[in-house]
Write a protein that binds this ligand. Structure first.
Ligand code: ADP
Ligand code: MG
Length: 699
């Protein structure tokens, strides 16, 4: 953009914007003319139909007439005034009242032509407007349709401190007046033409001051061609920016080559204890195809809890190891890393490959041994927490990095991994159901494989939500299931890294259960403040069925796999997020037996909590849950962290505009293919990454 680009002019340059207004605008993040224009109205009002005063009915209406009288009326209540205006047209007169706006006496003068828009009530004195919007016009301007505040569909902006919607409308109108005939357009003409979208200039004009005949309903749904164009512009820039990020790495060839020989296939079969589901097969095919490419894989493997992602990852690892490469498998918790280490070691027993566990809490001897195995290449598969990445451990030939259950492992960390120079293939796995739009947003730089089916014989977890007063019943059910040889989880709402008080609550809860409703059963307690070895011991006892019930905090939220556990009770379920409840529930229903989840809640329930519990009892489909979660929480909260790579959006709304993000993703793909790197759109996108989308620190 040129320095004298009028869109980049500071708002202080606009007539009517002095230092204090400029400061108010800046406080809302509006610095330049472009900032102001790329801010959608909250909504639109149709003030286009001017009616004869004599035909006014109660409701919302617009009239145009002459000010006949205007005066302040004191009332009986001290300091409460009513300002009253009488307006007349050829058909009759109506009154308008404004409360406590004495200053209006300086504004309204008999003889002025005014347009009023607002709510009309019926009084003993006839039609009366209640605090209407007003605008003084000269009659000719009105007939030209040149009016800003009335006589048309008008935009209503969110108030910014002292800046009323009306004042902002004035500013926007002034800014639009000064728009030059030609402005830089990040959407190339061919792309616009294919979609029938207006130019940027036209879109700005029509978004703020819609032409006559535009539907107010469509405007308020933000789906006019002008609005769609501006939303798409933002999304396409974002998707282009992501693609630029991605182009920086995927064009570089990785240092290793992967081939799939008959011997490799035979090894893979030895690892596989069952037949893969069609979804698993397809995902594996995607991954193995990527592994064989000259450029690094960047793939997200999505699959609902229990879909069987681990085995797919392990098979991919076998392919890499068969090609002489080392593999890292990272889990978000030590508990999960240990579980993986156990199952993986068992599966690899019949192969020449060895795995080692590397965690922060390991004793130094074990750790030194593990590091030595890694350095010598004796161990081909390293399993650990994310700390592995920070470890000075030198990988001999790191070829594949698998990141399990980590939706927060964002663009930035992936970039950091690559910056270590290794250019490994990267597979990110998540069961956190993510709506497609958000996948395209937070993971737009990844290819995606989805496992939609579950291993055979799984039955949906029967889920009920019950008030706490029915706790006894719930625990009686646990006893029944245990008597039948099953195991159970009791989940407590404790935040893992919170203070000791919560831990005490967990300890006393377990004691209460032991002494009360679960007396005589074998109980174990698991929480984040236990030492790693203690945690591991408890978990192993539960896996070995030396415990009947695991009383636990959310440490078991992700990944834990004990197929014999068939009941889960969630205490204070109202305090958990929806995605979290879904993850937790995924700990049961992993075997052939019917499983149950009982969500105990305490009243009163907030509206959101009620929605969450309802979603849980309505469905076990993670993707449906994800959409509901998005609707309840909004996209910001779903990830909650900048590092997840969620952009700051000005116009687009990831809830409202999911379809447009999908479209933008496709458009950006085409643009990346056809535009040279120095094309305006691509340059703007690169600038927007750190600037407008505020994603500098994530890669
Ligand atoms: P997630 O996708 O949640 O990580 P896991 O990989 O932990 O799921 O698999 C869940 C359970 O299903 C494990 O006990 C696993 O052994 C089993 N499993 C996975 N795939 C199959 C399959 N194709 N047939 C039978 N059982 C399977
Ligand atoms: Mg898993």
């Amino acid at each position: 953009m040129t320095p004298d680009d009028p869109l980049q002019a500071p708002l202080g340059d606009l007539p009517g914007v002095g230092p204090s207004r400029a400061a108010a605008l800046a406080s809302a993040g509006l610095h330049t003319v472009e900032d102001l224009l790329l801010r959608f109205p909250l909504r639109y009002e149709d003030r286009g139909h001017i009616v004869a005063i004599a035909s006014l009915r109660p409701g919302v209406a617009t009239v145009s007439g002459e000010v006949l009288e205007a005066e302040v009326r004191p009332t009986r209540r001290p300091r409460f005034t009513v300002f009253e205006v009488t307006v007349g047209d050829a058909s009759g007169t109506a009154r308008a009242v404004f409360f406590n706006q004495r200053f209006l006496a300086q504004v309204f003068r008999p003889g002025q032509q005014v347009v009023l828009h607002g709510k009309v009530e019926w009084t003993s004195l006839g039609a009366q407007f209640q605090s209407p919007q007003y605008e003084f016009v000269d009659v000719t301007a009105l007939s030209d349709g040149d009016s800003v505040h009335t006589g048309r569909i008008v935009p209503v902006y969110e108030r910014i401190g002292p800046l009323t919607p009306k004042l902002q409308r004035d500013l926007v109108a002034r800014a639009l007046d000064r728009l030059p005939e030609s402005i830089t357009d990040p959407l190339p003409q061919e792309a616009r033409r294919a979609r029938g979208l207006p130019s940027r200039r036209e879109a700005l004009l029509d978004t703020h001051f819609p032409p006559e005949g535009t539907s107010v309903e469509v405007l308020n749904a933000f789906r006019t061609p002008a609005q769609i164009r501006l939303i798409l512009e933002e999304f396409v820039l974002f998707q282009l920016a992501l693609a630029e990020q991605r182009a920086r790495v995927v064009t570089r060839a990785k240092p290793h080559r992967v081939e799939v020989s008959e011997a490799t296939r035979a090894l893979a079969r030895r690892v596989l204890p069952f037949t893969l589901t069609p979804g698993q097969k397809e995902a594996l095919r995607d991954i193995v195809t990527d592994l064989q490419r000259p450029t690094p894989m960047n793939r997200l493997l999505q699959g609902d809890v229990g879909a069987g992602k681990t085995i797919v990852a392990l098979l991919a690892a076998v392919v890499a190891m068969a090609n002489g490469l080392q593999v890292v498998l990272m889990a978000p918790t030590e508990l999960l890393a240990e579980q993986h280490a156990r199952t993986v070691a068992a599966r690899l027993a019949d192969t020449p490959f060895r795995s080692v566990l590397l965690t922060g809490s390991q004793r130094s001897v074990a750790r030194r041994d593990a590091l030595a195995c890694i350095a010598s290449g004796e161990a081909q598969l390293v399993i650990g927490t994310h700390a592995v990445l920070e470890d000075p451990a030198i990988f001999n030939r790191l070829g594949l990095v698998i990141i399990d259950e980590q939706h927060r492992f964002g663009v930035g960390q992936r970039a950091r991994l690559r910056s270590k120079g290794a250019l490994p293939d990267v597979l990110v796995m998540t069961a956190t159901p993510i709506p497609r739009t958000l996948t395209l947003t937070a993971y737009g730089d990844l290819d995606v494989s989805v496992i939609r089916d579950l291993p055979p014989g799984r039955q949906p977890v029967l889920t009920t939500a019950r008030p706490e007063v029915r706790r006894e019943e719930a625990y009686a059910f646990v006893r029944e299931q245990v008597a039948e040889g099953r195991q159970a989880y009791v989940v407590l709402p404790i935040i893992e890294d919170s203070d000791k008080i919560d831990v005490r609550a967990a300890v006393s809860m377990e004691a209460d259960l032991r002494a009360g409703p679960l007396a005589g059963l074998r109980l174990g307690l698991l929480h984040g403040k236990l030492k790693a070895a203690e945690k591991q011991a408890v978990m192993q006892a539960f896996v070995a069925h030396a415990l009947d019930v695991l009383v636990t905090t959310t440490v078991i939220e992700v990944g834990v796999d004990v197929p014999n556990a068939s009941v889960m009770i969630v205490e204070h379920a109202e305090r958990f997020g929806l995605a979290q409840l879904h993850q937790l529930r995924g700990r049961v229903g992993r075997g052939a037996e019917q499983s149950y989840a009982i969500l105990l809640f305490e009243r009163p329930l907030s509206e959101d909590a009620r929605e969450r519990l309802k979603a849980m009892t309505d469905t076990t489909d993670g993707f449906v849950i994800a959409e509901r979660d998005l609707a309840i929480r909004g996209p910001g909260d779903m990830f909650g962290t900048r590092q997840a790579g969620m952009p700051t959006l000005r116009i687009g709304d990831l809830r409202r505009d999911q379809d447009l993000m999908t479209e933008a993703h496709a458009m950006a793909r085409v643009l990346m293919e056809h535009l040279p790197p120095d094309a305006v759109s691509r340059r703007l996108a690169r600038q927007a990454w750190a600037g407008r989308f505020n994603l500098a620190q994530v890669g």
